[in-house]
Design a binder for this molecule. Structure first.
Ligand SMILES: C[S@@+](CC[C@H](N)C(=O)[O-])C[C@H]1O[C@@H](n2cnc3c(N)ncnc32)[C@H](O)[C@@H]1O
Length: 303
């Protein structure tokens, strides 16, 4: 049965009862189209081996739909009032761990308590798989999706509701206006697709932007083919800071103090890049190979 707790009237009444107004700073836009809550769960194809991380418990509507299908759900909420509200809803699930904290310790790192709870759940589930399934707060969606691919527990699948603009960047191809560091970082190790585009009206309160459900499925072979994930992540981010600029200028600026202009020119000509190559046109495959050549010349490079 779909939960009545996620209808607009229920949410408005319940939040009013506890004296809470949705807080836009924390991206508190609740999904009120119950078929879409169900679509998020279905897209994650949850099973009894799955340990799920949900960032943004909200009222617990997505959590209650996921818990019966998964081995364990770790759900995190920054807002104390919502944490308490969800606690009442989740009290009967013994496979849900509720955490009250900011999901991010800083913009590069998850809160340690989260990885600890996920690690404990993974260790107690035979043949476990780790998945992120969430209606993400939009202001932290990028660091959450990016950082999870560098954290101590890596998900096999991430299904998330995010801003459509961000979803477009995740699935973008070279030479398009949305192609950038995030497209490269995610697609270099996963298959990414937009499952559904959603108008503002399916949320309460309605956000100013269009949203989308994305599904990102890690490809273990692609991921294993990247010898140093952190180096690749950092290097791609730095050369895509000005993606329309000439690749040469971006690489010189990224590698300053670690490689001379002559070394950069040698690296670029070794890859047969034309002199006027721009960063936005370089394919992921080529970037992977180029990064390895850079790493050989400047192994200690850090920004
Ligand atoms: C878009 S709402 C989703 C709520 C609920 N899962 C749903 O589907 O309706 C995002 C939730 O994330 C919470 N949140 C915002 N920033 C957070 C952060 N840094 N860490 C943990 N939770 C956060 C908000 O308070 C809010 O409840």
């Amino acid at each position: 049965m779909l939960p009545s707790r996620q209808t607009k009237s229920f949410l408005m009444r319940r939040l009013r009862e506890i004296g809470v107004e949705p807080d836009s700073r924390h991206g508190q836009n609740f999904l009120i189209d119950l078929n879409l809550v169900r679509l998020i769960v279905d897209s994650a194809e949850l099973g009894p081996r799955d340990v799920v991380l949900e960032v943004g418990t909200g009222t617990g509507s997505l959590t209650t739909l996921m818990a019966p299908h998964a081995s364990h759900v770790v759900t995190v909420e920054i807002d104390s009032n919502l944490y308490e509200l969800a606690r009442e809803e989740l009290i009967n699930f013994d496979n849900v761990t509720q955490l009250k904290c900011d999901a991010l310790a800083n913009k590069n790192r998850f809160a340690p308590a989260i990885m600890e709870a996920v690690g404990t759940a993974l260790a107690s589930t035979p043949d476990s798989e780790f998945k992120l399934v969430a209606n993400l707060p939009y202001n932290v969606a990028t660091p959450i999706l990016s950082n999870l691919l560098l954290s101590e527990h890596t998900p096999t699948t991430m299904v998330a509701t995010i801003q459509k603009e961000l979803a477009d960047r995740i699935v973008a191809e070279p030479w398009t206006k949305d192609y950038g560091a995030l497209s490269v970082w995610i697609q270099s190790q996963a298959r990414a697709e937009i499952v559904r585009v959603m108008p503002p009206g399916v949320f309460w309160p309605a956000p100013k932007v269009t949203s989308a459900i994305v599904r990102i499925q890690i490809d273990p072979e692609r991921r294993a083919a990247i010898p140093d994930l952190r180096f690749f992540h950092q290097f791609v981010k730095s050369i895509f800071l000005h993606r329309r600029k000439f690749l040469r200028a971006n690489v010189i600026s990224a590698l300053k103090r670690h490689a001379t202009k002559e070394q950069v020119d040698e690296l670029l000509s070794g890859m047969n890049f034309p002199a006027d190559a721009r960063t936005e046109q370089v394919s992921i495959e080529t970037l992977l190979e180029f990064t390895e050549r850079v790493r050989a010349v400047a192994p200690d490079w850090k920004l």
